[in-house]
Design a binder for this molecule. Structure first.
Ligand SMILES: [Zn+2]
Length: 165
């Protein structure tokens, strides 16, 4: 980390956890001045805008949970694929520099990736987590219980020929 005063290298002299990240005391190797940095854990807090105009922090863990359910029993969509998808999405949101995204934008990015990865998972996601306008339904709702999923016929063994389309 560069010293904010003289732009030389600095080193950490103390670090401690803060509410949403890590607070580090640093000292400049050149001018010896001290300064503090805060490092957020994970991505910066990007907010997801709902259609109602409300927003909530983007929660990658919830998205991972949702996609884990969507991907269940899909051999073509491994846990690693889901992890990579979520990380890519986080990266794209970070890179965009935006502080807020529409939930529909997230849905589009997820759908674009699922379309490449697994058509049935795409359909499951579209059917269960999007509203009629293509927005994420209440932005990542509480994941369905297994019982609810069973009732919807979501996670039953694939019907013959289902993967061939
Ligand atoms: Zn310095």
């Amino acid at each position: 980390m560069q010293c904010p005063y003289c732009e030389s290298d600095s080193r950490v002299v103390d670090s401690r956890g803060a509410a949403d990240g890590v607070r580090r005391r640093r000292v400049c190797n050149a001018c010896r001045r001290r300064f503090t940095t805060y490092e957020r854990v994970g991505s910066p807090q990007i907010r997801v805008l709902k259609r109602s105009g409300q927003s909530q922090p983007f929660d990658p863990a919830k998205l991972r949970q949702v996609l884990g359910r969507v991907a269940r029993h899909r051999p073509t969509l491994s846990e690693r694929d889901v992890d990579r998808l979520v990380r890519d999405l986080e990266g794209r949101l970070d890179d965009s520099g935006e502080r807020a995204v529409r939930s529909g934008q997230i849905a589009e990015l997820v759908l674009a990736r699922l379309a490449d990865l697994d058509r049935l998972a795409y359909d499951r996601f579209a059917a269960n987590y999007l509203d009629e306008t293509g927005q994420l339904r209440t932005d990542f709702p509480k994941p369905m219980t297994d019982e609810e999923a069973q009732q919807l016929g979501l996670f039953q063994p694939d019907a013959p020929g289902e993967g061939d389309t």
